[in-house]
Design a protein around this ligand. Structure first.
Ligand code: BTN
Length: 264
């Protein structure tokens, strides 16, 4: 397949007003999120940085995101005028945008594992890492970077340690979109949700996230820094925090931070 990743190829599929019209594509880098932080944080909102491969791809909670050639590694720079409690919706927003793009291009129905992973069946094919910098601006971040990694293909033989958990679009589809098409379609889906969020309306976004959540009304294990307990996921707050009820009927609201959940 003719999968050449250029800004022109992305532009050919882009229908956004602001996102994705300027950027860079690198052949290899440590991490596109890190590179934006170090060199491009002054760029205008909508700047994108992509890489053919990452040698130090980063995930949440200090984890590594294995990023071989063939995947989509995209970081989007934003200067969001959003208070802290709404800023945490950027990751759910990106997850919804990835789902919508994959639904549209591949006719598949991905599901979201709270808070930042996107799954096909029981395998993760996409991870999202949102990072924000604070200091200069009052009540809002100086910038946020939404980093999205999507496995179009994944050579499990080359990574046996990930073979049970990592998936790819190619597991479910033989005819894949190009990375440029996928990047543009994600950005096309991202912008209208982002505009709604900036306008103070996150309700429909949280609904779109909730509809694709894979843990709702299911038994889960909650893993915190110092404790692990079993619970049932009973809902989602307006900030996309998870509402869980433990075995004693005690309800808690989980914010993503250091917590992760495991489906039983
Ligand atoms: C996770 O799985 O916890 C999140 C993975 C996020 C990976 C993307 S790929 C583009 C950007 N650059 C990075 O180093 N990470 C994100």
């Amino acid at each position: 397949m003719n999968d050449i990743l250029t800004l022109e190829a992305i532009a050919a599929h882009l229908h956004t007003e602001r996102l994705g019209h300027c950027g860079r594509i690198l052949s290899a880098t440590d991490s596109t999120n890190t590179q934006i932080k170090q060199h491009f944080s002054q760029q205008p909102e909508g700047f994108i940085l992509l890489a053919e491969q990452q040698t130090g791809g980063r995930g949440r909670q200090g984890r590594t995101f294995v990023s071989p050639v063939g995947g989509l590694y995209l970081s989007l720079l934003l200067h969001p005028d959003l208070p802290f409690d709404k800023l945490s919706l950027l990751t759910p927003l990106a997850a919804v945008a990835v789902c919508e793009a994959v639904e549209q291009l591949c006719d598949l129905s991905p599901q979201i594992k709270w808070v930042n992973d996107v799954f096909l069946g029981n395998r993760k094919f996409c991870g999202i890492l949102t990072e924000s910098a604070f200091g200069q601006s009052v009540g809002k971040p100086d910038y946020s970077i939404v980093g999205i990694g999507v496995n179009l293909n994944f050579d499990r033989a080359a990574h046996p340690e990930l073979a049970e958990i990592v998936g790819a679009l190619s597991d479910a589809k033989s005819l894949l979109p190009t990375r440029a098409q996928l990047a543009a379609t994600i950005l096309n889906a991202f912008e209208p949700w982002y505009d709604q969020l900036l306008a103070g309306n996150g309700h429909e976004l949280v609904e779109a996230y909730r509809r694709r959540l894979n843990c709702l009304h299911k038994p889960i294990t909650v893993v915190c820094a110092d404790t692990t307990y079993r619970a049932v996921c009973t809902g989602l707050t307006e900030e996309a925090n998870l509402i869980v009820t433990d075995e004693h009927g005690q309800q808690s609201v989980l914010c993503s931070g250091e917590i992760r959940i495991r489906l039983e």
